[in-house]
Design a protein around this ligand. Structure first.
Ligand code: AOF
Ligand code: ZN
Length: 361
């Protein structure tokens, strides 16, 4: 099962909103087949491992998620397992997908396959934390990313931010973009950076790009709001409130291929909870937030952030007026501050990536 968990990671940049799943076929304690779910819409891990094994009659199957029994984009794994003549199935975690949950194991048991769940369950839950979170809460797992100097600034006092970190760190940022279903920025960041928000180099799919503009302030010449010739392929979603944009402006956005979401107005900012509900309905299970400070502050203050990826450059920017990554009111009491755990570090050239998950129940 440990090997199946390792294999599952092969799908990190290509399966979301599906979970990462790995599978191993073994006979007499020897591995005879390996597989993982490679890409959204592609075969499930079980089928890949069974195909790799060739003849799997009488063998055992280890899989990190319960085998499905439903017809989705692919046929049920339970059928493939029965056809292959697998004798025992070990799986790590139940699948919270209402179309799946418990059905596969039940069907297999009825056909006299021995089925045992819960092997390395904790590890499997941690590996697919975003997937389980989305299924349970019907809100995307929110990963907040920023790049800052060693003294915690995301821009100079003069507003410059390109670039604080080096090429390796920025390439790692693009791999984070590939993992998620959508990437979002607030108004100030869209104005200051005029970002494209596409994973580069481009390979596979382009995540949905979400641009927030409550007051209808963003100029139409921004790359993200321009024609798809400039913005690149892939869906874009412009979020505002009714009345903030003229009908003409909205029409122009639509002609540029931008989709529009108008949320009911709310004092003090966009209704981010409602926005996350809407994104979840669009099958956004993981959302990467790339700034700015105000948006990060609002999300974190309202328990809408689950993970942080902080790139840190060995530079000092200084300046009281220079922004730090999390704005807004903050937490005035230490006791109310957000606690994170599982902090991991990666060295990327001269820079560091620190990532951690926010503790929540
Ligand atoms: C498995 N093995 O490797 C994966 C499973 O649209 P489909 O056909 O790809 O089905 C997607 C759903 O199947 C997904 O939401 C989750 O419930 C389950 N994923 N199941 O048996 C796998 N990736
Ligand atoms: Zn399946």
């Amino acid at each position: 099962m440990a090997e199946a968990l390792e294999l599952a990671l092969g799908g990190l940049e290509s399966v979301s909103p599906n979970p990462l799943v790995g599978a191993v076929v073994a006979r007499g304690g020897r591995v005879i087949g390996r597989g993982f779910h490679r890409r959204l819409g592609g075969p499930h891990a079980e089928r890949e491992a069974l195909r790799d094994a060739g003849n799997a009659r009488g063998a055992d199957l280890y899989v990190t998620l319960e085998p499905c029994a439903h017809h989705g984009k692919t046929p049920p794994c339970s059928e493939a397992i029965l056809e292959a003549g697998i004798k025992r199935v070990f799986f790590a975690a139940f699948d919270p997908n209402p179309a799946a949950r418990g059905r596969g194991p039940r069907i297999l048991r009825q056909a006299s396959v021995e089925v045992r769940g819960g092997l390395l369950r904790k590890e499997a839950l941690a590996q697919n934390a975003p997937y389980f979170f989305w299924r349970k809460n019907r809100r995307p797992w929110v990963l907040l990313k920023w790049a800052m100097s060693l003294d915690g600034k995301i821009a100079t006092a003069g507003g410059e931010s390109q670039w604080i970190t080096g090429a390796k760190a920025r390439a790692r940022g693009h791999s984070l973009r590939r993992r998620v279903d959508a990437i979002m920025v607030g108004t100030e960041t869209a104005l200051a950076d005029d970002p494209l928000l596409t994973p580069r180099p481009a390979r596979g799919r382009t995540p949905l790009r979400v641009i927030l503009d409550r007051r209808g302030r963003l100029p139409m010449k921004l790359k993200l709001l321009s024609s798809s010739r400039v913005a690149g392929r892939g869906r874009r979603l412009y979020v505002s409130v009714p009345g903030a944009n003229s009908v003409r402006r909205l029409g122009k956005l639509e002609r540029s291929g931008v989709e529009i979401l108008l949320l009911p107005p709310r004092a003090g900012g966009l209704d981010l909870g409602l926005l996350l509900d809407e994104l979840s309905k669009l099958e956004i299970s993981q959302l990467l937030v790339e700034g700015g400070a105000e948006l990060a502050g609002a999300l974190l203050k309202n328990s809408m952030g689950q993970e942080i990826a902080a790139f840190i450059a060995p530079k000092i920017l200084g300046g009281e007026g220079a922004l730090s990554p999390v704005g807004g009111e903050g937490f005035s009491k230490l006791q109310e501050s957000l606690a994170l755990s599982g902090m991991r570090q990666e060295t990327l050239g001269a820079d560091l990536l620190l990532s951690a998950r926010i503790d929540f129940s």
